[in-house]
Write a protein that binds this ligand. Structure first.
Ligand SMILES: Cc1ncc(COP(=O)(O)O)c(C=O)c1O
Length: 425
């Protein structure tokens, strides 16, 4: 399905649909890898990179995030984070069927070591070279203990999830719960079935920064938070080899701040204060969206994915326009930008220059999207019925999740591929 559009101009696509500008997606993936590798060179320390696949959930997108086709073959990455077990199963199915092994280290990003989920994770552990899980509750460790080692014969390998203020998941430094979890993690019976791999922080609240230097401050906070947790653990368990711990940090704004020219203070911390090995993780940075644009860290023309919609009616007296892009294709996500998406002329969307923005999607119901002018005082010039619009999504990961497939276009707007996300749970 969808493949019959390969070779056609994207303006001929049936709407609503999700379109990925491959050149922009590639540039975003490459920039992120380069930023990490530059930090590695500048600090003289090994730095790992672990992209999150949740934004697109596709093999094609994941290969690009790891650098395939973008950097030399011997410089590609092989570790990922995944958000659903289905994603990991789909990736492993692909690898086993094709023999093309892209990923050797997979990490489940939901702290969910409960019996029902451990069964499925255990099956993954027999198929993946390395599986990491998240722990943020003593009961998770107790569940691992009860389950015993994985069926692959290996111990469970886990990150302790550190909350650094987002309060979505994880435990904060300085709390009694973290103290208790770290003590339990050091119990000999736990170490018989599970091995602490490192500490993981994701500053989700970095989505509310307004400039790149604020994002950079939060990156430093993420790094200091996982470092502090690792030091705390080694004070409880002095035999632990703290230098082997992976200190994994990042969200798209914080990881993206690595493009700032001045990384001197960060380099100083990496060189002189880190007790473990730094790892950078991020997901949305392959695509970007209005929420990222709101942070002031990216440009509108870097957004690689958009929803193509059609104008279906016009209400001159109300100064409103109806589209076929409702909540099931745009979601109700918001940001500092108004409404549920900003409209760009499809003739401009392939450019690498700032877009002219005249309309936004003010309201959505199931299949209806209502456009209003961003500047209500501007002249109402009604778009033609049947004409196409490109809508920059508020949150690309969730909007892409609405679609069964994505059309991939080249820099001339010709459909070159169709990517199928691994949907479901
Ligand atoms: C645990 C975890 N790690 C990494 C990420 C990637 O974050 P971002 O998409 O901001 O790069 C997410 C996203 O929600 C996450 O939940």
């Amino acid at each position: 399905m969808g493949s019959n559009y390969i070779g056609k101009d994207f303006l001929k696509l049936p709407t609503p649909c999700f379109v990925i500008d491959e050149a922009k997606f590639d540039a975003n993936c490459l920039n992120m890898i380069r930023n990490v590798r530059e930090l590695e060179t500048a600090s003289g320390k090994d730095i790992k990179f672990r992209p999150h696949v949740k934004t697109h959930k596709t093999i094609e997108g994941l290969a690009k995030q790891l650098g395939h086709g973008l950097v030399a073959v011997n410089e590609t990455e092989d570790a990922i984070v995944f958000s659903t077990i289905k994603e990991a199963e789909g990736i492993l199915d692909y690898q086993e069927e094709s023999g093309n092994v892209l990923v050797r280290d997979i990490c489940y990003s939901l702290p969910a070591c409960i019996p029902e989920i451990l069964e499925r994770l255990d099956r993954l552990s027999t198929r993946a070279s390395n599986l990491r899980v998240f722990v943020d509750n003593i009961e998770h460790l107790n569940s691992l203990l009860k389950f015993g080692p994985t069926s692959s014969g290996k111990k469970w390998s886990y990150f302790i999830k550190i909350d650094m203020g987002t309060h979505r998941a994880g435990l904060m430094n300085g709390t009694k719960e973290l103290e208790e979890l770290l003590s339990r993690a050091s119990a000999p019976e736990i170490s018989e079935v599970a091995e602490l791999y490192g500490f993981y922080a994701h500053a989700g609240h970095s989505y509310s920064v307004t400039n790149i230097s604020e994002a950079h401050d939060l990156l430093v906070e993420e790094i200091l938070a996982v470092n502090e947790a690792a030091k705390h653990y080694s004070s409880i368990n002095p035999q632990a080899d703290v230098s082997s711990f992976v200190l994994s940090v990042g969200a798209t704004p914080t990881s993206g701040s690595l493009k700032l020219a001045d990384q001197a203070s960060l380099i100083e911390i990496i060189k002189n204060s880190l007790v473990g090995r730094l790892e950078i993780h991020c997901g949305n940075c392959c695509m970007y969206d209005l929420q990222q644009l709101s942070t002031g860290c990216v440009q509108d023309y870097e957004i690689a994915g958009f929803v193509l919609g059609s104008i279906v009616s016009v209400y001159r007296s109300r100064g409103e326009v109806l589209t076929n892009t409702g909540v099931l294709s745009l979601t109700r996500e918001t940001s500092r930008f108004p409404g549920h998406g900003i409209v760009v002329d499809p003739g401009e969307i392939l450019n690498n220059e700032h877009y002219e923005k005249k309309w936004f999607v003010e309201k959505v119901s199931q299949e209806h999207g209502k456009l209003k002018r961003l500047d209500e005082n501007s002249k109402f010039s009604a778009p033609e019925l049947g004409s196409k619009i490109a809508i920059l999504p508020q949150h690309a990961c969730i909007v892409a999740g609405c679609f069964n497939y994505y059309f991939v276009i080249d820099s001339k707007g010709i459909v070159t591929d169709v990517w199928r996300p691994i949907r479901g749970w």
